[in-house]
Design a protein around this ligand. Structure first.
Ligand SMILES: Cc1ncc(COP(=O)(O)O)c(C=O)c1O
Length: 382
């Protein structure tokens, strides 16, 4: 993002396919709820774990959308899903504890694990496995020091979605290892396509409920990334520990944002359906055009707003500016410099040679970016 800003400042035209957020505005009624909260004077500290009304709405959301029976006291609201993850790991990891992270992964997981004194155990999941963790690979990665498994479905960066059967198979392995907690990062829950159903571990295997943290938030579902509201539910001892930590760290999240999130969770939900339809159509456009670019190959992702395309066919080629493409990082650098398109290299997410393309952008820009990628690929020489 910094390099995009620098190139734009230098007068270059750049289409950025890097964004990790929807390009829509927060729904009108949610923005109004924020404004009303300010006018009503809801501008003071709230309870550390969030307003009771919001925690009740969070519990109701987990019940309505995920089939979980949740007491509002077993929920916590934090400054984004990211803080939920951070607090969970900070509250539970001892030096050297292991956290299993299937790759490709969201870049923040290993960094948070490291900050909390843990050791990330990366389990590579390639295209043949749909970028998903298999029960065999999970079994092989578990040791007596394993404290957490992090699952993210739909996935950033691949858009992969775990089916109920796939989660069940992972649950079978986990049931035999009671020391392992499960962090289910469900932040892209509502961005799921082709009529596929969303499943989360605590629902699929209730016997794992007392060691699963189900994390979600309003960032992606309601286009509210800047409001910074995430939430989670899990066993009481864990939620209590996370709340304690939050109390000495940031206190409760922004009071105004909490009122806006309450409006999002309790108000009309047609926005979710609309954004899903728009993203699905953009996905189709993007994947089709990517597959027309010589040397690129992209499977159809089932969720989120990312396409994870193999650029293996570009490696070893030479760009018109004379750069030899040795890695996916070279590919994204050359795409930025020579085609005016910004994407992120797959190896940043733990699997190369790929590029991640975020299609949270209007159709016209997406088509322009796809055409520029195709022209870039066509102009490469051996
Ligand atoms: C997989 C994943 N989890 C969590 C988050 C954090 O979201 P939030 O804005 O709620 O902190 C992101 C944001 O990019 C994400 O991609």
């Amino acid at each position: 993002m910094d390099r995009v800003a620098a190139r734009r400042a230098a007068g270059a035209k750049v289409i950025s396919l890097c964004a990790g957020e929807p390009d829509f505005d927060t729904p009108e009624h949610v923005r109004e709820a924020g404004i009303s909260a300010i006018r009503a004077g809801h501008t003071r500290y709230t309870q550390v774990a969030g307003l009771r009304s919001l925690r009740e709405a969070v519990a109701a959301k987990f019940e309505r959308e995920n089939g979980l029976t949740v007491d509002w006291r077993d929920t916590v609201v934090a400054n984004g899903g990211k803080q939920v993850i951070f607090n969970a790991l900070a509250a539970t990891l001892n030096e050297g504890d292991e956290v299993i992270v299937p790759a490709p992964y969201w870049v923040s997981y290993p960094e948070i694990v490291q900050l909390c004194g843990g050791k990330t155990v990366v389990v590579p999941c390639d295209a043949d496995s749909g970028f998903k963790l298999s029960p065999q690979a999970l079994q092989a990665a578990i040791t007596p020091r394993t404290r957490w498994l992090i699952l993210n479905s739909p996935s950033n960066p691949t858009g992969a979605v775990y089916s109920r059967a796939e989660l069940r198979a992972l649950a079978e392995v986990l049931l035999a290892h009671p020391q392992v907690l499960v962090l289910s990062d469900d932040i892209y829950e509502h961005l799921i396509f082709d009529g596929a159903a969303f499943h989360t571990m605590a629902q699929v295997e209730p016997r794992l409920g007392d060691r699963t943290l189900t994390m979600n938030g309003v960032s992606k579902a309601y286009a509210m990334t800047g409001w910074r509201i995430g939430f989670g539910t899990g066993p009481g001892w864990l939620i209590e520990a996370m709340e304690k930590l939050q109390g000495q760290q940031t206190s409760g999240p922004c009071s105004i944002s909490q009122h806006a999130a309450l409006a999002a969770l309790t108000g009309p939900r047609d926005f979710i359906q609309r954004s899903r339809t728009v993203f699905q159509s953009r996905r189709d456009t993007m994947v089709e055009m990517l597959n027309q670019a010589p040397g690129m190959r992209c499977e159809v992702p089932q969720g989120a707003f990312y396409a994870f395309a193999s650029c293996e066919g570009l490696i070893g080629k030479i760009t018109p500016a004379g750069m030899r493409l040795e890695s996916d990082e070279d590919v994204v650098n050359a795409l930025l410099d020579e085609a005016g398109v910004a994407a992120v290299h797959g190896s940043a997410f733990g699997l190369g040679p790929y590029i991640r393309i975020a299609y949270a952008l209007d159709d016209h820009s997406l088509k322009q970016a796809s055409a520029a990628i195709r022209a870039f690929c066509q102009a490469l020489s051996d």
